[in-house]
Write a protein that binds this ligand. Sequence first.
Ligand SMILES: [Mn+2]
Length: 328
Amino acid sequence: MSVASLCRSGAAYKELNVNTKGYDLIGDIHGHADKLVALLELMGYRHDGVGYRHPDRQVIFLGDFIDRGPQQRGVLQVVMPMVKSGAALAVMGNHEFNALAFHTLDPHRPGQWLRPRNNKNMAQHLAFLAEYVSPNCKHELDDVLDFFRSLPLWLDLDGLRVVHACWHPLYIEMMETRTPHDNTLTPELLVAASTAGEPAYEAIETLLKGVEIELPDGGVFFDKDGHARSRVRTQWWIKKNSTLGEVCMPIDVLEESIANHPVAASDLLGYPESEKPVFVGHYWLKGQPTKLADNVACLDYSVAKGGKLVAYRWQGEAVLVNEHFCGV
Ligand SMILES: [Mn+2]
């Protein structure tokens, strides 16, 4: 079965899939509603008057619905009814977390927001604010923020796992004890997670943004936005003696002198091959969608930078297959 035939028709796909609960996992959308609708229709989802739905499959969104793109309201007008009606599940991305902190006053610092409204943070969120600026949108913005609050930080389902950036068992265990309502943030936890030095802050940084390594000897590299960075994201599922070039994410971001620097297995997190498949977004990958390990896939292929909006059509497999990626 080719990718093209998997993607061409929901009806054809259904025949493959009579005994297993199927999920269609969708990566970071960042305000590209047209692509989202095109992808859903490609996979056989149809609008039933309430929202898009498939007769026997369910979407799982990996977070990062907002910021950057031109149709952020449009994305949420598709996503929210799907989640509310049960046609889809979703997890929180770092952009939804940031939005909650941006719009929440800090109880410990009167008049200050949990996410400071400085130039950098304003610039990142400006397109979202512009779409909800009208006073008529106040209720709509409140609904959107309530929706963000309802998003779990991760999903641990029968046969698969979902988190925006990194499956980190210790942080998940820690947050599980502090998120009594379905792994969603409580108001107290949003405050703690916005406060550098708090354990919850480190947990959110890791689960929603990934694991980073400090570059040696004061080295830097330039990221996709041209910012100099002294830390690089890692392929957190790897656990073996490596070089920085072998474990950085995305690959090819480091100059050779830095890329050859050794990294000990003990400094890496790892995700054992025996664990169920885990799906993440977040990493701005390019090119042909491909699994990162037999049980790890990233579905962020940079739709907000001219790339594709990508899905993975999962039908129960423990070993992921590249033919199940699909994109528009
Ligand atoms: Mn992200």
